[in-house]
Ligand binder design. Structure first.
Ligand code: S3P
Length: 169
């Protein structure tokens, strides 16, 4: 089995979209950690946050990361907060390469302006919250990433660049 390709980055950077495209291009299995949790719990991420609170979600997220600590040729889309926890990075790095989908703050704010699903963004001062979270996370994303790809391009272009940079082309 070859190493997993683990996509990380801020909400709205395109992790799920790029992972799905990559999976199609490489015939590798695709796993989205949020969708995996939703499928297992039969609840939306928003409902998990609302009913049980964020720490419970983070524990679920960590449990899922643990399932991918081995090389299994998978394409894995994380959630925006996943790799900000060292325990998750440890598990995910054991099984593969971490790729940061990099996008400037202003573009993320634009992409997330009308989001209705992400529980952390359902606040009146959304742009400020995004900025604060982004500033608290960007250095972590950069330090855990084995490879960084500019996510501000077309889906196929990003996917191809990622394949070249990770050597899975
Ligand atoms: C989160 C990002 C979300 C989801 C949850 C928490 C975060 O995933 O895991 O709402 O902490 O940034 P996306 O990055 O796929 O939106």
């Amino acid at each position: 089995m070859r190493e997993n390709i683990v996509l990380c980055g801020f909400m709205g950077c395109g992790k799920t979209t790029i992972a799905r495209r990559l999976s199609r291009l490489t015939y590798r299995n695709f796993i989205d950690i949020d969708k995996y949790i939703q499928h297992q719990t039969k609840m939306s991420v928003s409902d998990i946050f609302r009913i049980y609170g964020e720490p419970v979600f983070r524990n679920m997220e960590h449990e899922v990361c643990g399932k991918f600590r081995h090389r299994a040729s998978k394409i894995i889309a994380t959630g925006g907060g996943t790799v900000t926890f060292e325990r998750n990075v440890k598990a995910l790095k054991a099984g593969g390469l971490i790729v940061l989908l990099d996008l400037p703050l202003e573009q993320l704010q634009e992409r997330l302006a009308y989001d209705k699903k992400r529980p952390l963004l359902q606040v009146p001062n959304r742009n400020e919250v995004i900025e604060e979270l982004y500033n608290s996370r960007i250095d972590i994303y950069r330090s855990v990433a084995d490879v960084t790809v500019n996510a501000g391009q077309g889906i196929d272009y990003v996917a191809l660049e990622l394949m070249k940079k990770t050597g899975i082309l």
